[in-house]
Design a protein around this ligand. Structure first.
Ligand code: SF4
Length: 282
C-alpha cells in the first residue's frame, strides 16, 4: 500500500527568513559581493545556495574581504554594527523585525531599572546579540529551573523576562515560576514569535492526529526552532529530525502507512517537496 503523507497545516519558512533570503538574493542579482556573518538562517541548504550565489559564510568580521557584510536574521550585538562601520564595510542587515523588538524592549526595561532575564541558549547568535554589549551584572541567561534556583532574585527592584524567539515557552514555565515566586515584581514579555507558535501548534496537532503513525521534522541541524518541533512531536509519536530525504532510514517506515511531515522556520519549501517525493516513490 502506498504511504499517505500528511503535512502540518503550518510549517517551514517564516516571514523573517523569507525576507532575509529575498534581501540577499536581490543583492546578488544586482551583482553585489558580500560575506554573511554566521549562517544567514540555520539551514545548510540555504547556506549552500547563498555560497553558489557568491555570498560566503564567515565567522568573524576580520575574515571579510568583500565590500559588504550581511547580518543574519538572528541579529548581532550593536557593537558589531559599529565595528563593521569602523572597518569601512557596508552593512546589509537582514535581522528579523521580531529580534529587533527584543533588542529595543530589553534596552527600555534596563533603562527603567529592571534586571533582565533571557530564557534561551547562551551560545545562540540571537541571545548573544541581546547580551554581548551589556554589563554582566545586568542580566541572566537561563534555560533550567536549577539555574533559576541558584540566584537570589529578591535583590532586584524589578525583573523583566524575555524569551528567545524560537523557544517552546511552555517548556520554560517552571524556570520563570521560580523567579516569580521569589520576586513578585517580575514580568514576562511574550517574545516567542508568531511563526514559532503557529508551527509548534500545527506540529502538535499533526503528531496528535490518530491516523499519523510517525513524524518527520525537516530542518537544519543547528536550527533551534526545528529542534523544538522535534521535541513536541516526540511527545506523541515516533519522530525523526532530518535535513533532507537522504537522512531517511527506510527501516523507520516498517509497518507505517501514514507519515506526518513538518519543517522548521528556516527550511525552504523545495526541501519539504523533495522529502514528500522520496516517500511517495518508496
Ligand atoms: S522564526 Fe520568528 S523571529 Fe525568527 S526569523 Fe522567523 S519570524 Fe523572525
Amino acid at each position: 500500500m502506498p504511504l499517505t503523507i500528511k503535512r502540518a497545516t503550518k510549517y517551514g519558512f517564516c516571514s523573517g527568513v523569507r525576507i532575509a533570503d529575498l534581501k540577499v538574493k536581490r543583492f546578488t542579482a544586482k551583482g553585489g559581493r558580500g560575506a554573511i556573518l554566521g549562517q544567514v538562517v540555520h539551514n545548510e541548504r540555504v547556506v549552500e545556495e547563498m555560497e553558489k550565489l557568491g555570498v560566503r559564510t564567515v565567522h568573524a568580521l576580520e575574515e571579510v574581504s568583500e565590500p559588504v557584510i550581511v547580518f543574519s536574521a538572528h541579529g548581532v550585538p550593536p557593537s558589531t554594527h559599529e565595528a563593521a562601520r569602523d572597518m569601512g564595510l557596508e552593512i546589509l542587515d537582514t535581522t528579523c523585525k521580531f529580534v529587533y523588538d527584543i533588542h529595543r524592549e530589553s534596552r527600555k526595561a534596563l533603562a527603567e531599572g529592571a534586571h533582565l532575564v533571557f530564557i534561551g541558549d547562551p551560545s545562540h547568535r540571537e541571545v548573544i546579540g541581546y547580551t554581548h554589549d551589556l554589563d554582566p551584572s545586568a542580566y541572566h541567561i537561563l534555560h533550567s529551573a536549577e539555574q533559576a534556583e541558584a540566584v537570589d532574585w529578591r535583590a532586584y527592584r524589578a525583573i523583566r523576562v524575555f524569551y528567545q524567539t524560537t523557544l517552546n515557552a511552555d517548556q520554560y514555565n517552571g524556570v520563570v515560576n521560580v523567579i516569580e515566586a521569589a520576586n513578585p515584581r517580575t514580568s514576562r514579555a511574550d517574545t516567542v514569535c508568531y511563526a514559532t507558535k503557529e508551527n509548534q501548534e500545527a506540529a502538535r496537532a499533526l503528531a496528535r492526529d490518530p491516523e499519523v503513525q510517525m513524524v518527520l521534522v525537516i530542518g537544519g541541524k543547528h536550527s533551534a526552532n526545528t529542534r523544538h518541533l522535534h521535541e513536541i512531536c516526540s511527545q506523541f509519536k515516533p519522530s525523526y529530525l532530518i535535513q533532507g530525504d537522504s537522512d531517511i532510514d527506510v527501516a523507520w517506515l516498517q509497518g507505517v502507512s501514514v507519515v506526518g511531515i513538518t519543517a522548521g522556520a528556516s527550511t525552504p519549501d523545495y526541501v519539504v517537496d523533495e522529502v514528500e517525493r522520496f516517500l511517495k516513490a518508496l
